[in-house]
Design a protein around this ligand. Structure first.
Ligand code: ZN
Length: 283
C-alpha cells in the first residue's frame, strides 16, 4: 500500500491560538486529507479536507456561512481529491471507501463527490449527530448539511472491524481493511469519537494523528494551547492522554503527521510513503 497526504486549503490563524505561549503573529495552517492506494481496494480517502460546499453557495445555512467567513479557508483546487485522483488516473466513482475520522467540516466537505463510496466511521457518533438539532450540532462545530443524504445507508461502523493489540504503546486498534495495513486508533479529546490512523506496514510506521493538535510543536514541546482552544476540545483531559500517546509513538521511532501542521512532511503530495516490501513497485 502507498499513502500520500494532500493539502485541500490554507487557513490563517494566530500562533497563540494553536500553541501554548505562542506569539500573536499570523501563521498559515494546512488542511490535509489522506489518499491510500490499496492493491485490492484501489483508492481510499482518509477524510476529504475543505471544499467549495463550505465556502460557496447561497443554499448554505447561516451557521455554515458564518463558519466559512470565520475560518476563511483558501482552497487549493489542484490538490482537491478529484484533481489528485485524476492525476493518478482515477475518477471519483473509483473511490469505494472513505474513512471519516470525525465529522468537522474540514474533514467531510467533499464526501458528496463520491457516489460509489462507503464510509468507514463511528456509527455511535453519526447517530448522535443525526439525533441533535441544528443548533446543538452548531455548538459542536458540526454541519450535517455537508453529508450525503445517503450517508447512514452507506456507513460501515468502524467498531465492527477486528480489535487487535498494537505495539509502541498504541494500545488496541481496529484493523479497518482486514489485512493489518491500516488500524484506527482511539485519540479522544478533540471531537466526539475522534480517531487516528496507524499504518504499520510502511517503511517507517506512521500514525496520522488527525486533529489531536494543530501543530506538532504543541505535542513535542508539550505546549497545548490554552484558552480558547481548551473550550473547543470536547474533553481536555482525554486530549492530553492522546497527546502523550502520539509523543510516545514518535519517541519509539514512528512518524507522526497532523492534519493542520504547516511543516511539509515526507508523505505530503506528490510524495508517497509505501510498504517496506513494496519499494519502487506499483500500488
Ligand atoms: Zn476537527
Amino acid at each position: 500500500m502507498k499513502v500520500t497526504f494532500a493539502n485541500s486549503a490554507h487557513i490563517t490563524t494566530k500562533e497563540r491560538l494553536v500553541l501554548g505561549h505562542g506569539r500573536w503573529r499570523n501563521i498559515s495552517l494546512k488542511v490535509r486529507y489522506g489518499l491510500c492506494l490499496h492493491p485490492q481496494i484501489g483508492p481510499i480517502l482518509i477524510d476529504t479536507g475543505y471544499g467549495p460546499s463550505v465556502t460557496k453557495g447561497a443554499e448554505r445555512s447561516l451557521g455554515l456561512k458564518l463558519y466559512s467567513s470565520l475560518f476563511f479557508p483558501d482552497l487549493i483546487p489542484e490538490q482537491a481529491p478529484d484533481a489528485i485522483l485524476s492525476r493518478l488516473g482515477y475518477r471519483c466513482d473509483n473511490v469505494k471507501l472513505v474513512i471519516v475520522s470525525h465529522f468537522h467540516a474540514d474533514h467531510i466537505a467533499t464526501l458528496n463527490q463520491f457516489p460509489k463510496a462507503q464510509f468507514l466511521a463511528r456509527r455511535t457518533v453519526f447517530d448522535a449527530l443525526a439525533r441533535r438539532t441544528y443548533l446543538q450540532n452548531l455548538r459542536h462545530g458540526l454541519f450535517p448539511e455537508l453529508l450525503p443524504e445517503t450517508f447512514s445507508d452507506r456507513l460501515i461502523d468502524m467498531e465492527q472491524s477486528p480489535l487487535e493489540p498494537l505495539p509502541h504503546g498504541l494500545g488496541e486498534g481496529w484493523d479497518l481493511l482486514g489485512d493489518g495495513s491500516l488500524h484506527a486508533i482511539d485519540l479522544p479529546g478533540h471531537a466526539d469519537g475522534h480517531f487516528g490512523l496507524y499504518f504499520s506496514t510502511l517503511d517507517t510506521p506512521l500514525l496520522y494523528g488527525v486533529d489531536c493538535q494543530w501543530l506538532m510543536r504543541a505535542i513535542t514541546e508539550n505546549r497545548a494551547p490554552a484558552f480558547p482552544a481548551n473550550l473547543i476540545a470536547n474533553d481536555p483531559q482525554a486530549l492530553s492522554h492522546s497527546m502523550v500517546k502520539l509523543a510516545n509513538f514518535q519517541a519509539k521511532g514512528g512518524d507522526i503527521l497532523l492534519c493542520h501542521d504547516p511543516i511539509d512532511s515526507p508523505c505530503d503530495w506528490p510524495n508517497f510513503a509505501q510498504d517496506s516490501d513494496d519499494m519502487g513497485g506499483e500500488a
